[in-house]
Ligand binder design. Structure first.
Ligand SMILES: C[S@@+](CC[C@H](N)C(=O)[O-])C[C@H]1O[C@@H](n2cnc3c(N)ncnc32)[C@H](O)[C@@H]1O
Length: 403
């Protein structure tokens, strides 16, 4: 479906810079002193998003909004990492450990910067890896795998850092997890212009205020030889939020990694989102078909694409493997078209009962999540996120099944 023009709302509820806290003013001064250029944008509180960056005057397309020189970035501390024998730890572990130790050692810049970050309690209520079991049971099945991978990554990083930490100093696991979560949600890849210099994960002051928007809604973040430049991708009114795209991420991925989902908007569908169908389609495939799909790279990764209201190509391929001869199936795989007659209706007939069952299960989840049992005990934010995601699943399936 072609992208439609977006009608943008001026954010009347935005709280301007001075009232959001002195620590943001102090951080702005510190950033400017480190050479960060901040041009007609300022941090502001935005409902449901924490802080974000908004324009403080009308801005024209291609105007510079920010410039963050390399010297203002927070980088892994190579000397510290070498001493701690962490040179081979993951880039995320290296940056998180460097940040943790810099804070412990009283790094003044990081102290000022850290005061602007979300708290550990914010992470506790947004990141599924921190949620209690009784809530995680209500996550959509498509979250299982990315969540497990994230937990494995964290366990690996924690083990590496714990093993190498100077045993004479106290190792604060909660503090490491906090720094790891900060790095997870606020870092960039920086490739120095100097020949032969390796790239690394870094944190960039001020750019890290930018919230995520889906593909096509992002400002332009460009790496220059001496730093990152942020340019307006369109004209802005005064008081509009400037967004960055963290990647063409589905809501499942955003939830696991960043602890939020983008709302669905029927007028501007999120072209990055999908509704994963592996847990309903994989069990419906025969063993022979599964191994045929495995051999050809088509096993798993099935989805309904709500923005275009269609089943993805992999799903089309998998279902056709159940319905067609090998010859017909190979023709579809290589050309994207059916050899003789159009098999679209047959694919839909195969999928319909599976989708109806998933839609009914999703409705039931919404009902459970509407009850008092789950939402009690200060879990309102988590339950709100879960309800939003399940509602998107129900709506996406409803629209598809109504065709
Ligand atoms: C790089 S930070 C952006 C600044 C952050 N909002 C803050 O208060 O410091 C990334 C985090 O912001 C939040 N965030 C980013 N984009 C969002 C969005 N579109 N809706 C809700 N929360 C968002 C998530 O908590 C995410 O982990």
């Amino acid at each position: 479906m072609p992208a439609r023009a977006t009608k943008r709302k001026k954010l009347s509820a935005v709280t301007s810079m001075p009232s959001i806290g002195d620590h943001h003013t102090a951080f702005t001064t510190w950033s400017r002193n480190r050479g960060v250029e901040i041009c007609n944008v300022a941090p502001a509180k935005l409902p449901g998003k924490g802080l974000g960056l908004v324009t403080t005057k009308k801005i024209s397309k291609d105007e510079r909004l920010l410039f963050v020189p390399e010297k203002a970035m927070f980088k892994p501390d190579l000397a510290l990492l070498k001493k701690a024998k962490l040179s081979h730890a993951s880039p995320q572990a290296q940056l998180a450990y460097s940040a943790m130790m810099a804070c412990q050692n009283g790094n003044e810049g990081l102290r000022v910067w850290r005061a602007t970050w979300p708290t550990d309690e914010d992470f506790e209520h947004s990141l599924p890896m921190r949620w209690p079991k009784k809530l995680r049971e209500h996550l959509p099945p498509s979250i299982d795998q990315p969540l497990r991978r994230q937990e494995e990554d964290y366990a690996k990083d924690l083990a590496a850092v714990r093993a190498s930490h100077d045993s004479s100093r106290y190792f604060d696991e909660d503090e490491f997890r906090y720094c790891w979560s900060i790095v997870n949600s606020r870092s960039f890849h920086w490739k120095p212009a100097r020949k032969g210099s390796a790239g690394c994960m870094v944190m960039c002051p001020f750019i890290d205020y930018l919230n995520h928007g889906s593909s096509g809604t992002s400002c332009n973040i460009v790496q220059r030889p001496h730093g990152y430049e942020v340019l307006a991708e369109r004209d802005y009114e005064n008081g509009e939020e400037v967004l960055a795209t963290y990647g063409a991420h589905t809501n499942d991925k955003l939830l696991v990694h960043y602890g939020f989902v983008l709302p669905s908007n029927p007028n501007t569908p999120n072209i990055d989102d999908d509704i994963r169908l592996d847990h309903i389609l994989l069990p419906a495939l025969t063993e022979t078909v599964s191994s045929q799909l495995q051999d050809t790279g088509f096993l798993g990764g099935y989805a309904l694409l709500p923005a275009s209201n269609e089943l993805c190509f992999k799903t089309q391929v998998a279902v056709r493997a159940m319905l067609l001869t090998c010859n017909e199936w190979e023709y579809f795989v290589s050309s994207g078209e059916d050899l003789a007659r159009d098999e679209t209706a047959a694919v839909l007939r195969f999928m319909r009962p599976l989708l109806v069952k998933y839609r009914d299960d999703a409705r039931q989840k919404l009902e459970i999540l509407g009850g008092n049992d789950v939402a009690s005990g200060g879990l309102e934010n988590e339950v709100g996120i879960l309800r939003t995601r399940w509602k998107q699943i129900v709506d996406g399936l409803d629209v598809f099944l109504a065709e």
